[in-house]
Design a protein around this ligand. Structure first.
Ligand code: PCA
Length: 164
C-alpha cells in the first residue's frame, strides 16, 4: 500500500512562464497534472543569461554560469506526476534540459522541513529548466534578471496553443 507520505517529491526552481502571474502558472495549479506547492522566492547563486528568444518569445536560461544576472524565481515542491508533466511540457531534453542549480533563498513561505523555515540568504538546491541547445546568437540577446511576460520589452509570449 502506498500512503500519501511515500509519494516522492522534488524541488523545482521556476524563472519564466511558470512563475505566479505568468502565462503557464495555471498548468502547475491544475490538479490533473499533479501537485505543486510554493516553498520560497529565490535567486540563482550564480549569474546566468536569461533571454527571450525565438519567434514565440520564450524565456530561456542559458546554461552559461557567470554571465548575465542572478536570476529571480520561485521554488516549488512538486510530486512525480507534476515533474513528469513539466518535463514533457518543457520539451526535455530537446528544448530545455532539467539540471540542478544552487539557489539563495529570499523569502521562505512554504512548509518547513526540520521544524524551521530556512532564513533569507540561506543556500539550497533545486532542479531548473535551462538549456545548452541554444542558437549561437542567443547569448548576445538582452539578459533579464526577473522575467515578466508583460514587461516593458514588449515581446509577447505565444502560448503553446497559439503556435502552429
Ligand atoms: N518555463 C520554465 C522554463 C522557462 C519557462 O518559460 C520556467 O518558468 O522556469
Amino acid at each position: 500500500m502506498c500512503l500519501p507520505s511515500c509519494i516522492h517529491m522534488a524541488r523545482i526552481f521556476v524563472y519564466g512562464t511558470l512563475k505566479k502571474g505568468q502565462p503557464n502558472y495555471y498548468r502547475m495549479m491544475e490538479r490533473a497534472n499533479g501537485r505543486a506547492e510554493l516553498l520560497a522566492s529565490a535567486c540563482t547563486a550564480q549569474k546566468y543569461p536569461l533571454v527571450i528568444a525565438g519567434e514565440h518569445n520564450i524565456p530561456f536560461l542559458l546554461n552559461l554560469p557567470g554571465q548575465g544576472h542572478r536570476v529571480q524565481g520561485e521554488i516549488y515542491e512538486v510530486d512525480d506526476k507534476m515533474l513528469a508533466f513539466l518535463d514533457d511540457f518543457e520539451g526535455v531534453p530537446a528544448m530545455y534540459q532539467r539540471t540542478r542549480v544552487t539557489l539563495e533563498v529570499k523569502e521562505w513561505v512554504g512548509k518547513a522541513e526540520a521544524g524551521e523555515r530556512p532564513a533569507a540568504g540561506s543556500v539550497t538546491e533545486a532542479f531548473l529548466y535551462s538549456t545548452t541547445t541554444y542558437r549561437p546568437d542567443w547569448p548576445s540577446l538582452t539578459r533579464y534578471e526577473n522575467y515578466d511576460a508583460h514587461g516593458a520589452h514588449g515581446l509577447r509570449y505565444a502560448s503553446r496553443e497559439e503556435r502552429d
